[in-house]
Design a protein around this ligand. Structure first.
Ligand SMILES: Nc1ncnc2c1ncn2[C@@H]1O[C@H](COP(=O)(O)OP(=O)(O)OP(=O)(O)O)[C@@H](O)[C@H]1O
Length: 323
């Protein structure tokens, strides 16, 4: 990426660095989000995602580089940098003893640009119609996240920034949040979201920056990412691993067959080569007990590009270190 500000970009982060003492939390990172796209910042814990979004929101200042939001910088435009922007860092906060609707009414009043008549509309977008009269204290975590999105939409933003919106949600909450972001994207809204989840970014985003320890480990389209992904690995459980291994090594050089640390074998190769190998095992009457994918190729790539361990990346928010 060239280090010049882009004309017409919704967000243009150019060579931004942020230090915390000796720690370089964000190291010369550039990210360009075009209007109308859904852009993902993906990375394991501590990669620098939230720090980057905090700088965009003006909550902290970069030590170097420049951030433009719809062409505006904090130095030039001050708080007007966020005129057309909405979203939240980490989790949105609401008054638990007020209803969802009352919280939105309060926000609409405070934020002159949020029209009270939009409340019904945004509640419907986030699928909270019918629950708006309940106190927020009784909402699930997923409902609160969706209310946060509703609060953001009140001001009809041009850019919605979401920091790990699906983090800490149960599977149904994750599904609802993804569906919501997809609906918003389909309506033409520009969305910048951070995530721990490769599958979330793959499902929702057009472009992605993968961060690791403050630096950019990958930058490009989801298709570019897919093209880089390694062949899928499969765990193979057989009644005769020795013979299965020997058939693999002698007759299927394009398939890698190794002993899996947890028992059984791991076979890697293209789908076609794996299918031929398995067919051969069946022909040789090697008892086949299981053939299951280890992890998706994109997940495997994510672990290769970052220091994430599979266990690191699905920690719910409440289990993470609170700063
Ligand atoms: N206020 C702070 N003071 C000191 N160090 C900080 C502070 N905020 C963040 N860091 C450090 O900066 C690095 C990047 O943190 P950041 O929160 O941006 O990562 P992240 O990718 O958002 O991770 P997570 O997914 O866990 O939120 C981490 O090493 C973190 O410990």
């Amino acid at each position: 990426m060239t280090k010049t500000a882009a004309v017409g970009a919704a967000v243009d982060v150019v060579g931004v660095t942020k230090m915390y003492g000796p720690l370089v939390a964000v190291d010369d990172v550039s990210v360009r989000v075009a209007p109308g796209e859904v852009y993902g910042i993906l990375g394991p814990n501590g990669a620098g995602k939230t720090t980057l979004l905090r700088m965009l929101f003006g909550l902290i200042r970069p030590d170097g580089g420049e951030i433009r939001v719809f062409g505006r910088t904090w130095d030039e435009a001050g708080v007007h940098t966020l005129d057309d922007v909405a979203g939240f860092i980490e989790s949105p906060k609401f008054y638990p003893y007020l209803t969802g609707r009352q919280n939105l009414e309060g926000l609409a009043l405070l934020d002159g640009s949020g029209l009270p008549e939009r409340i019904d509309e945004v509640l419907e977008v986030v699928d909270l119609t019918g629950r708006d009269g309940d106190k927020v204290g009784g909402y699930s975590y997923g409902m609160r996240q969706r209310l946060g999105v509703a609060a953001s939409l009140l001001r009809s933003p041009g850019l919605l920034v979401l920091d790990e919106p699906a983090n800490g949600l149960d599977p149904a909450g994750i599904r609802d949040m993804r569906a919501l972001v997809k609906r918003l994207a389909a309506s033409g809204l520009t969305v910048l979201l951070s995530s721990h989840h490769m599958d979330e970014v793959e499902e929702i985003c057009d472009n992605v920056t993968i961060m690791n320890r403050g630096t950019v480990a990958f930058h490009g389209t989801i298709d570019d990412l897919r093209a880089m992904a390694p062949d899928p690995g499969h765990v193979l459980r057989t009644g005769d691993d020795t013979q299965a291994m020997s058939i693999g090594r002698t007759r299927h050089p394009a398939v890698g067959v190794e002993h899996a640390p947890e028992g059984g074998l791991v076979a890697t190769g293209s789908e076609r080569d794996l299918a031929a190998y398995v067919a051969d095992l069946v022909r040789a009457e090697v008892p086949l007990l299981a053939f299951t994918p280890t992890r998706t190729p994109l997940d495997a790539l994510f672990f290769m590009l970052t220091d994430a361990r599979p266990d690191d990346v699905h920690l719910p928010r409440e289990k993470q270190v609170v700063r």
